[in-house]
Structure formats: C-alpha cells, structure tokens
Design a protein around this ligand. Structure first.
Ligand SMILES: C[S@@+](CC[C@H](N)C(=O)[O-])C[C@H]1O[C@@H](n2cnc3c(N)ncnc32)[C@H](O)[C@@H]1O
Length: 259
C-alpha cells in the first residue's frame, strides 16, 4: 500500500471531525443532550443569539438552530464549514457560518451565549489562549455567558490504542500522552487505512504538533477569566443534565463565565 502524509486540515478535519465523529454510535442523541444542557443552564429562549466557537462540522450549531436560536458558527477549517453548510441546508435551518482563526475574532457585544465544545480550548500558547477568551468576552452582550466544555485535567479518560471502522477504511489511533511538566496533552498519532484509495494516510509533522492541547486546571481557568473581566465563574462536572458539581473525579470540567 502507498503511504501518504497529510497536513492538519486535511487529516484532522475530514478523517477525524467528519468520518470519525459520524462513526460514534449515538453521537446525534448525545449532541441533543449537550444542547439541552446549555439551553437550560443559560436559560436561552428562541431568537437568542449564540456563538459556536470552533464549531467543527456544525453538529451542535445545527441542533441549536433547530431549537430556534440564532446561531453563528465559527471554525478555521474551510472543509468543515463546507460540510456544516451543506448539512444545515439539508436540515433546512439557517446558521451564519464564518471561517477564521479564534485568536482573531472581532465580534462586538452581539451574543447572549458563546460556547466552545468538545474541548476546543487550549490549542495555543498561554497568551494566545487568553486572547481567545478575550475575543469571546468581547463577543458577548453585557449579560452574556461563555461555556467551555473541557476534559477534566484530574480525571483524563484512559486513552487507549483503538481501531475504528470508518466510511472507506479503518482508523488506528495511538493514545494521547500527558506531558506533566508542561500540562500539555500531546496530539495522538493516527493512521487511516484508506481501502477505497488503497493507501495508508499518515499525519505529517504539522498535523501532529498542531494537535497538542494545554490542560488548564479550574484555578488557572478562573484566574484567566477573571483577569479578562468575567464576573462570575462556575464549574459543573458534566455537560448534560442533571447539573452535577465539578469534582476531581468528574467526567468533564464545564466552565461557565458571566460577562
Ligand atoms: C475538538 S474539535 C471540536 C469541534 C466541535 N465543536 C465539536 O464539538 O464537534 C476542535 C475544532 O477547533 C477547530 N480549530 C482549531 N484551531 C482553530 C482556530 N485557530 N480557530 C478556529 N477554530 C479552530 C478545528 O478545526 C476543530 O473543528
């Protein structure tokens, strides 16, 4: 089999965010539960504006739109925005899609809520991560709230080597590794056995290094958010109802910050 290396956008966006996500059993139902949690926690009403930062293939954005919210969805990967636009059209909902870098968002006092789902925070160095939070702060109205849905740094999933059957082939995932000194979860190398093209698709160096995630603790996140100007910061232990308090053994660390 021929081996090819693909960069971050091609490998991550198409193989991971689209094919891999769609192969997860029950994911659509799960997305609905996450959206229901956010609507309840933020007491969102039909017509309220929400910003989905790093929206990926738009699965949550489309679900918010189906519930009557005015959704703006933002991602750096044009290929994902294209997939999301097509799905929104098929589902007959309206979503404003933007392609851009979350470090350079320029929304001003527009949204009642902003969300970053499936651990879409911490991809950059500390200053840049703070800049993302600042962009979210400015995007919110005075009574707006931000939600970060993060893995719990004190209770990371037990990452394992996995084989998954996807449309057109098989994905082999190596486990993530936590660099305890840097507090960074390193990108997990993955390989796609593309049976349609009869080739093995590998991640190039850019794809691998662009996949690292800084794992902040609750204390660190609170400090960053308060420095930026958020007034009240709360934590929950899961991103579905019922609301569970955050603890060391929680499944997730869900951060809610009020502007
Ligand atoms: C973990 S995925 C989450 C996608 C989606 N929120 C979900 O729950 O399925 C992270 C997303 O962040 C996007 N992303 C990465 N770097 C970005 C950047 N600098 N600006 C905007 N989006 C970015 C990726 O394209 C990817 O869609």
């Amino acid at each position: 089999m021929e081996k090819v290396e693909l960069g971050w956008d091609e490998f991550w966006a198409e193989i991971f965010r689209v094919r891999h996500r769609r192969a997860i059993q029950g994911i659509e139902q799960y997305d609905k539960l996450v959206v229901a949690f956010i609507i309840e926690v933020f007491t969102l009403k039909k017509g309220n504006e929400i910003l989905d930062i790093a929206c990926g293939a738009g699965d949550h954005s489309i679900e918010f739109a189906k519930r009557g919210l005015k959704v703006t969805a933002f991602d750096i990967a044009q290929s994902l925005i294209d997939v999301a636009k097509k799905r929104a059209k098929d589902e007959k909902v309206e979503v404003n899609f933007y392609t851009g870098d979350m470090r350079d968002m320029s929304f001003e006092s527009q949204f009642k809520a902003a969300v970053m789902l499936s651990h879409s925070f911490g991809f950059f160095n500390h200053e840049e991560n703070k800049r993302v939070l600042m962009g979210a702060f400015h995007a919110l109205k005075d009574d707006g709230c931000l939600l970060l849905d993060l893995m719990n740094p004190y209770n990371l999933p037990k990452f394992q080597k996995t084989w998954t059957q996807l449309e057109g082939g098989f994905l082999l995932n190596e486990p993530h590794v936590l660099d305890a000194h840097a507090g960074v979860l390193t990108g997990r190398p993955a390989m796609f056995f593309d049976m349609e093209e009869d080739r093995i698709v590998l991640m190039d160096q850019d794809a691998l290094s662009n996949n690292d995630i800084r794992m902040y603790t609750a204390l660190e996140i609170r400090e960053m958010l308060e420095e930026i100007g958020f007034s009240k910061v709360e934590f929950y232990g899961q991103h579905i109802l019922p609301r569970l308090p955050y603890a060391a053994n929680s499944e997730r660390m869900v951060v809610i910050a009020h502007r």
